[in-house]
Ligand binder design. Structure first.
Ligand code: FMN
Length: 187
């Protein structure tokens, strides 16, 4: 068994997916982490569901995908609390400026942001957005707040962005995201 498999075996990773054009890359992230032995539980925002179908992540993760806080599981305990309790890591990839702002301000209007407040698991964020959105003082302040709180960031790449501009804000490569998760659990 490779070291990657050993490290991720039995780990529960909540994969938050938000409404970025890079949301399609969550399919590859799900696939790679699942193949490496992690139990990947995808949590999609409504925005993410406009970019990719939950069915894609459900099939690749072999786990139910949750997205609607008003249609949770059948048990007595709200599904988001149960998921939050089980998590070894909350990884958000891609993370929009909106999601980062909600995390920084403790807002919980949907399932992902509610899980974020309810979990004591470490949080890892891979931002993806237009370079001007990333450079905006509000976004930078939100990122600084989360860093101060001990959140882990996977820095975006520079390159040609989907919005047509060149700059910083491109979601880190899937390789780098998977390597960062493996490294995190190896520590
Ligand atoms: C085509 C398109 C692409 C978008 N890409 C991004 C993106 O990469 N990053 C981002 O922060 N917002 C992006 N947005 C804006 C978000 O979808 C919007 O802020 C939304 O409210 C995010 O909601 P969520 O964070 O709950 O998923 C995009 C919107 C559209 C229509």
């Amino acid at each position: 068994m490779s070291e990657v498999n050993t490290v991720l075996e039995g780990r529960t990773i909540l994969l938050g997916v938000t409404g970025s054009i890079a949301a399609f890359k969550a399919a590859d992230i799900t696939s790679r982490l699942t193949e490496a032995g992690a139990k990947v539980c995808p949590v999609m925002t409504a925005g993410a569901c406009s970019f990719i179908q939950p069915l894609t992540l459900q099939t690749l993760s072999r786990q139910p995908v949750v997205s609607d806080i008003w249609s949770e599981g059948q048990g007595w305990q709200p599904g988001h609390i149960e998921l939050a309790d089980r998590a070894d890591l909350l990884l958000v990839a891609p993370a929009t400026a909106h999601c980062i702002a909600q995390f920084a301000n403790g807002l919980a209007p949907d399932l992902l942001t509610s899980i974020h407040l309810a979990t004591t698991a470490p949080v890892m964020i891979a931002p993806a957005m237009n370079g001007k959105m990333l450079a905006h003082p509000a976004t930078q302040a939100n990122i600084a707040t989360l860093r101060d709180r001990g959140y882990h960031f996977i820095e975006p790449d520079r390159g040609m962005l989907a919005c047509g501009y060149e700059g910083e804000g491109k979601l880190a490569s899937v390789d780098r995201i998977v390597e960062t998760v493996v490294h995190f659990f190896r520590e």
